[in-house]
Ligand binder design. Sequence first.
Ligand code: ZN
Length: 337
Amino acid sequence: MHPSPARPRPCSTSLRNRTPRWPWIELGSARSRRRLAKAGSVSDYEYLVRESLDEGSIVRVFLNRPDARNAQNRGMLVELDDALTSAEANDEVRVIILGGLGPIFSSGHDLGSRVQQEELALGPKQHPTRKIHGGTRLGAEHRMLQEWHYYFDNTRRWRNLGKITIAQVHGNVLAAGLMLMWACDLIVAAEGTTFADVVGTRLGMCGLEYFGHPWEFGPRRAKELLLTGDSLDVEEAYRIGMVSKVYPEKQLADSTLEFARRIAKLPTVAALLIKQSVNQSVDQMGFHNALNSCFNLHQINHAHWAEVTGGASVGGTPEFGVPAWRDAPAVRPRLPA
Ligand code: ZN
């Protein structure tokens, strides 16, 4: 867990040089929720919108905290696990699309919003998962178990889901936003999308709990991006194979749906075994074990900051040369526009 009550709100920080225009933001309004409900969408989640399309063969799940730039609080992550695993359990479902409402796909983990603080603190709004999976334990044991279950093992479970998953991303994809996206089988993006992990430069951390970076960026580019916090643009993401399709922003949702429909036509057994063949090949190449190892390094990194700050922070602080999140320089593009 990154959170330290005294730290500013990284979820409010993003690439400062662009404000994507995004029509889907309307989906987050009460009016559009009613429209979705009328169209057969299920809005039984607080932090997500879920839609069932094409006689249930395609499910779309949208992160729905547009005002918080889809920062991932505990409630959202628990709901997401429910939405994805219930879609996995439903034999009608063939393809799952995961997107975000509002200006960006996701700004990463919620490290300090009021909602997140209430979920963490003792009281009526404390999230029930703060009392299980190590939530009542202390120190590194508490942090390691909570991060394992709610940042790491859930992400890996979604990566291995028995259905084809497509991440539909736009705007900025920051830090743990990358984890959600990487857990999907395919990634499609709007023109102008950027990708960055700033936890090295802004938290003094060695990357995310789910360390997909070298596998997605390539080893040398992974080092550069983590050491600088620079962002990858969508053209480069496409060129290196992380992103499968790039669509104009206004056509992203429709084009992603068309893409999903093509895949949904495949016999389910073929789709499942194609997915598993690729995942098992990558696991044999070391992906599974490398993720485990790097999760442990991530925990050492947190424990270091907790130790040197006397327990005040599980990330780096200005006295140790890590700028406060709000004071950090803007994210720079890796390649000039
Ligand atoms: Zn962490």
